[in-house]
Design a protein around this ligand. Structure first.
Ligand code: ADP
Ligand code: MG
Length: 728
């Protein structure tokens, strides 16, 4: 900050200035601050107060209103600390301000005061045995030179790496004074449009406000900035990765998908038709598609996805579908193969019984030849045009010479030596389990021209605000309507010991010709975790209902075993499937009508909802039994919410509330840790505004001073943690 030619003081610039350039911050304090994650002047300025002391609420002890939140200032007259029992320490102090005395009590051994010290206690004053007392008041020290003479609203900081609030305040005063004015990254018209204060005012008022009204305006602006950085990074990435690229030319004649849709025994819902139109428009466009397809479980995403895949195939390209697990990939493959078979567009799916080989002729047209699809699992490849499995090497050859039209698999599909002849569209199911890296790899696997269209799909409803933050670089389509005739799944909570009731319900369901899922959190019983396991539940159900055909399914089984069990369950040869959460997504067995979830409080709310979505998918209404003895308030709330609502979006908001936004970003996406002040639920209106501003700015000119200014901030302030936002 002392350079001869003063550089423009932007926040990005201040992010490059070491915090020890601030007066009062030397080497020792710098180390302390580094521990608290503060290394630059910008970091320090963005470290906002924990709370504020309202001097106007400072009262004399003698006249303090009883039972109200107040602050009292005075001198510590006595201080004592006493252990009253194992692990419990009582700390007491008396404070006098000349008008009276108040006794303060804490059960916190870390409170430390010194006799003669000047402090402020904030909290409620009560009467106790005819004297005045405060229970666990907040303590603030005002350093001597600040006294109580400064502004009405005094900021209180948390201890920063061992530095006390008073010292932080002093350093902050220096930092604010030396940094002002900070030039604003936001143009004036945007400030006006969204009623935002300018940056210098926001930062100085956050720390040294004239009033609480100023604090609120400052906070609003700083929250907007946090959202804007993330949104801008996402929109810029979308521009670089998609909107500035040339896509694979998919021409939508539509014969193939019309043939498919016309063969369905039902009409598409309006929502399905609308969403499909949007996807087809994207596929025809010059630039590659980048779209997220969201829809409640059972809303009918599969037909939409198959239509998109067929469109690419008809245009002379291939499709790839990736799922997070082999069970799910298998399920997608089987579902698609059977749907194509029903539509007369492919031969019967071979189930190991040998369905006859389909021969390949050069020069066949799509009107006469089947749509050829293949499933890649482990070292084997199953395909609908050959009667026996082939090696992975053979499968890979079929991908690169274009024999396979649509490939299904897990991430293994894009690993190693795989290359597609011409990949037109990649569909990624349950995107939140895939990283950004896979998206990039996926694109690199294409030998054909152009960047393939990308369609991410998720059955996990995400609150809109969260989708904007996690997937802000994607366009979003929502199938917001269920096929007609679906009834809400009746959900009942039971104690975890209610085996008899559960078995009776299983028996009734099976007697009516329907099928049942029983889901448990564990594979095997555990000494450490008090929860049901599929292994013991399977044994129990076998013993208690010997006439019922039950089977076990969990992730530790071999892939072909799993596929075999799934196939038999689908075919109705198994009545009760006792499984772990491998059945959470994608499993479509319309004849299954009862979902039993054991020790259900061990599952997350969206997981529970997904599981429940496995039933009630056909003509028969579904029901769900959740058995649990919740041992935590959160567990209890989840079970209550499950019983109270069947709306996935509502449940996902409740889930977000219970878990807090910090946890949902996890892992590589911790770039969102920049959300120190902002809360995507509470501040959704500012998030919307930031998203609009970023979208418009990048559309208008991705290289404008405004966009580059914000991106410079992203880089300087978020650094490595922003990699998920900025990589291209
Ligand atoms: P999702 O993948 O969104 O959970 P699916 O695509 O698997 O849902 O569809 C769920 C069930 O609803 C399937 O059995 C499917 O055949 C059926 N289905 C899909 N669309 C419709 C529709 N428009 N009308 C009636 N049934 C439908
Ligand atoms: Mg599906």
């Amino acid at each position: 900050m002392t350079s001869a030619v003063p550089e423009e003081r932007t926040l990005a610039y201040l992010a490059g200035i070491s915090v020890d350039r601030v007066k009062d911050i030397g080497t020792v304090r710098m180390r302390d601050l580094a521990e608290a994650g503060i290394s630059s002047v910008a970091d320090l300025l963005l470290n906002v107060p924990l709370r504020y002391l309202d001097r106007s609420r400072l009262v004399d002890i003698a006249t303090a209103p009883i039972g109200e939140e107040v602050s009292v200032a005075g001198v510590v007259e006595s201080f004592s600390k006493r252990r009253i029992s194992r692990g419990r320490t009582i700390v007491q102090a008396t404070l006098s301000d000349g008008t009276a005395r108040v006794r303060a009590v804490w059960f916190n051994p870390y409170i430390k005061l010194t006799k003669g010290e000047e402090v402020v206690f904030s909290g409620k004053v009560e009467t106790f045995k005819s004297s005045l007392q405060m229970k666990s008041p907040d303590v603030d020290r005002l350093s001597a030179h600040e006294g109580l003479r400064t502004g009405r609203v005094v900021p209180v900081y948390g201890r920063l790496g061992g530095i006390r609030s008073g010292a932080v305040r002093a350093a902050m005063a220096n930092a604010v004074r030396r940094s002002m004015p900070i030039s604003d990254v936001l143009p004036e018209d945007i400030l006006d449009r969204f009623d935002l204060v300018d940056r210098s005012f926001a930062i100085s008022s956050m720390h040294f406000p004239e009033s609480f009204h100023d604090v609120a305006s400052a906070k609003r602006r700083l929250i907007f900035d946090e959202f804007l950085r993330i949104q801008m990074a996402l929109k810029v990435r979308a521009y670089e990765e998609y909107d500035s690229q040339v896509g694979v030319p998919n021409s939508v004649k539509g014969e193939l998908y019309h043939r498919f849709i016309d063969s369905l025994p039902y009409q598409l819902t309006n929502a399905q038709a609308r969403v499909l139109d949007g996807i087809l428009d994207d596929m025809e466009a010059q630039t590659p598609m980048h779209r997220l397809l969201q829809g409640e479980v059972g809303s009918g995403k599969t037909v939409v996805v198959i239509s998109a895949l067929l469109t690419s195939v008809e245009s002379g390209h291939q499709g790839a579908v990736m799922a997070p697990t082999e069970v799910l990939a298998t399920q997608h493959y089987l579902g698609t193969a059977m749907a194509l078979e029903d539509a007369g567009m492919a031969p019967p799916v071979h189930d190991g019984a040998g369905a006859g080989t389909v021969s390949l002729f050069a020069g066949e047209t799509l009107a006469t030849r089947p749509v050829r699809i293949g499933l890649f699992t482990g070292s084997r490849v199953t395909a609908n045009f050959v009667s026996t499995d082939v090696s992975r090497a053979q499968g890979i050859e079929w991908l690169s010479d274009g024999t396979i039209d649509i490939a299904f698999g897990t991430q293994a599909l894009i690993q190693g030596d795989v290359a597609f002849h011409s990949l037109g569209i990649a569909v990624v199911d349950e995107q939140h389990r895939f990283g950004v890296e896979q998206r990039v790899v996926m694109r690199d696997k294409n030998q054909g021209e152009g960047v393939p269209d990308l369609l991410l799909m998720t059955a996990t409803p995400i609150p809109r605000t969260l989708a904007m933050t996690l997937y802000g670089d994607l366009k979003v389509s929502v199938i917001d309507e269920l096929p007609p005739g679906r009834t809400a799944i009746a959900t009942v909570a039971l104690p975890d010991a209610a085996d008899a009731t559960i078995d009776r319900r299983i028996q009734e369901t099976v007697a009516a010709g329907r099928q049942v899922f029983v889901v448990c959190p564990l594979v095997e019983d555990s000494d450490k975790i008090e929860a049901r396991s599929v292994t013991s539940e399977f044994a129990r159900v076998r013993a208690s209902l010997p006439d019922i055909r039950s089977a076990l399914l969990h992730g530790q089984m071999r892939a072909d075993e799993k596929a075999g069990v799934m196939h038999r369950f689908r075919a109705g040869e198994i009545d009760v499937l006792i499984a772990t959460t491998v059945v959470e997504v994608g499993i479509d067995v319309p004849n299954a009508t009862l979902m039993v979830i054991r020790t259900a409080d061990r599952f997350g709310l969206s997981q529970l909802h997904q599981l429940r979505g496995r039933v009630g998918r056909g003509e028969h209404p579904g029901s769900c039994l959740v058995s649990a003895d919740p041992s935590t308030p959160d567990g209890e709330r989840r079970i209550e919410a499950m019983v109270a609502s069947t709306d996935g979006f509502e449940l996902s908001e409740i889930d977000l509330e219970i878990r807090g936004q910090g946890t949902v970003f996890g892992g590589a996406q911790s770039g969102a840790a920049d959300l120190r002040l902002g809360d995507i639920l509470r501040d959704h209106e500012l998030l919307d505004a930031a998203s609009t501003v970023a979208t418009e700015a990048v559309e208008e000119d991705p290289e404008s001073a405004f966009v580059t200014g914000v991106m410079h901030e992203v880089e300087m302030l978020l650094g490595d943690s922003a990699e998920w936002l900025t990589r291209s």
